[in-house]
Design a protein. Sequence first.
Length: 282
Amino acid sequence: MTQLALNLGQQTKLTVLTGDCAQLLPSLETESIQCCVTSPPYWGLRDYDHPNQIGAEPSPEQYVQNLVDIFRLVRKTLRPEGTLWLNVGDGYARNGGTGKCGPNAVVGNTKKLIQKRNCKVPEVWGLKDRDLMGLPWRVAFALQADGWILRSKITWIKKTAMPESVKNRPTNATEEIFLFAKSPNYYYNAQAVRQDTGANLRNYWMLGPDPGNHGHPAAFPRELARRCILLGSRVGDVVLDPFGGSGTTGIVANEVNRHAILIELNNSYADCARDRGDDVTA
Ligand SMILES: C[S@@+](CC[C@H](N)C(=O)[O-])C[C@H]1O[C@@H](n2cnc3c(N)ncnc32)[C@H](O)[C@@H]1O
């Protein structure tokens, strides 16, 4: 496959590719990306309306394997000192029962993929009805086993939590962001983002949602992307988001003078990312 080389001498700083990242990642130049900042769809949650979408696998095990395969491709595109900043969400197994909690129960968002499958999670990992799947750590361990160096787990504390109608557990208001390195000598600029006191940045980030979501149901806050990009890259570097969504990573990367490559499966989100960018190559 011909590799896509970014002409960094030109003004183009945001490149949005429409398609399946598993197919498009091999077209990126090997060892050309400094840092990847991304949030794949969470398993069994939203329907992004495409047969190749990640998150709609019949089992969470397959989801983990698909992410391992995709991030193996990402690793090839990273420079030796490159990093991956990965935000992954969790979910609950819904394995049956009847009535309010049964297979046809409406659990929050009625568009949940897990409900389309009649709430059935296949029998993997000994999951029982209502088990928290622990997916972020399952993905992290699988990536570690595949060769990534797991360097940090950052807890994103959401200032505004998504309302949940649960009465038998606390409302979820945190998510994980993992920092992975390609090699032990990776680039990390500890001076780029500090605590208010000037101390080294802590691994919990309290962030509120951005006003407006550009029509995307799962955009992450710009400040989340900004921190990862500033810590993980220099001015003029290339930042990648293979699950680009509404383009938050790319927009922020450009704001802090980095080039960005986004891949997004869904045409309308890819268009949205392009519209948000200054100077774009389709
Ligand atoms: C959680 S959202 C990312 C949101 C993004 N961080 C933002 O701030 O807008 C995940 C995105 O991955 C896209 N996606 C799902 N499967 C994909 C695939 N195989 N290749 C590329 N994009 C995919 C979905 O359409 C969705 O927009």
